[in-house]
Design a protein around this ligand. Structure first.
Ligand code: UDP
Ligand code: MG
Length: 321
């Protein structure tokens, strides 16, 4: 049941984005005004900024924007909860006030000019529209190769992902509601969204460089994100450990035969190196296996704790009056 003049909320998670925000906001609000003027979206549409516990002037800037622009709404999280959680907080706040959401990063590396196309696809009956990068010229060589490896590995492990799609997407109200039903703490939103099962489509764009400021995803966060993505959606690593275990067992049997033959031929001392070698190999295998199993046990632990995902401090322009 699509609406021809839907209310659009553009959800923008911001963590220490004081350099990028003013420029990003002026481009987003210009686009918003154009879309409203063209009758593509309703007058109630908003730009919703989520301050993910920034330590710089991001919240002051958002406050300033909200006081001079009535189309700005905001949520401030009490502490830094991470990109995925900040996005969930924004979507949860938006869903009560809108028909569709578009999530986009504050640095506008994703081309905002395809948002009208996304809205068109929604009107054609899609619940989810993915923004997909055509190429990644402007990302560093390192980012491009590591991201490429990540997507490839995910596919190998049987996790559905859309290549070169980050968290730039349109979601209808009911798609967001369904997403919010996923209560897991180890969030990999782009993996869940595909599982929702609603009708989807893609729009394509070229990714540009950050407008200002630097990436808030250092290698450490990127690694964590990749590990979360894999272990939240796939148990294949555990099966791989099992297969390696079987292989080691076969090698151990061959070793045994070798050592026994050496013993009966009176060359026992020469069997010693191979024996000590296998002890080390098996030890290494047990440690690796424990590490991977520990990863899953750790996940069970955090899910069982069932902590709140974030804690909202203040909101602007979201009261129903
Ligand atoms: N972000 C956030 N919380 C964090 C880290 C990042 O809300 O802990 C936001 C950030 O402000 C940006 C988006 O997530 O809007 C993506 O971050 P960034 O552009 O630095 O990632 P990259 O494009 O380098 O992968
Ligand atoms: Mg970015």
């Amino acid at each position: 049941m699509t609406n021809n003049n839907p209310t659009l909320f553009i959800v923008v998670p911001c963590f220490n984005e004081q350099e990028a925000l003013p420029e990003s906001h002026s481009r987003l609000s210009q686009l918003m005004e154009e879309m409203i003027a063209a009758g593509a979206v309703s007058q109630q549409s908003r730009l919703l900024y989520v301050d993910d516990g920034s330590r710089d002037d991001t919240w002051e800037i958002i406050n300033g924007l909200a006081s001079e622009n009535r189309r700005v709404a905001a949520v401030k999280l009490a502490s830094n909860s991470g990109h995925q959680n900040a996005l969930m907080a924004g979507l949860a706040a938006a869903v009560e006030h809108c028909d569709i959401t578009v999530s986009i990063d504050a640095d506008l590396q994703d081309d905002i000019n395809v948002i009208p196309q996304m809205v068109e696809r929604y009107k054609d009956g899609c619940d989810i529209v993915f923004g997909v990068r055509r190429e990644r010229k402007t990302d560093s060589w390192f980012k491009r190769t590591t991201a490429g490896m990540f997507y490839k590995m995910m596919n190998r492990l049987g996790v559905d992902t859309i290549n070169n799609h980050a968290d730039y997407r349109l979601m209808s109200r009911r798609a967001v509601m369904a997403l919010l039903d996923y209560k897991e703490r180890n969030l990999f939103i782009r993996g869940i969204v595909i599982k929702l099962g609603y009708k989807t489509d893609c729009v394509y764009y070229d990714r540009s460089a950050r407008t200002a400021g630097e990436s808030k995803y250092p290698l450490r966060k990127m690694m964590n994100f990749a590990i979360d993505g894999i272990t939240s959606f796939s148990v294949k690593p555990v099966r791989m450990v099992f297969m390696v275990g079987v292989l080691f067992l076969i090698i151990a049997l061959i070793m045994l035969v070798y050592v026994l033959t050496a013993y009966f031929m009176g060359r026992a001392v020469s069997g010693w190196p191979s024996l000590i070698l296998s002890v080390w190999l098996v030890g290494a295998f047990i440690l690796i296996g424990l590490g991977i199993i520990g990863e899953y046990v750790g996940k069970i632990y955090t899910e069982v704790k069932n902590r709140p995902r974030y804690n909202v401090d203040t909101t602007i322009g979201l009261d129903n009056d």
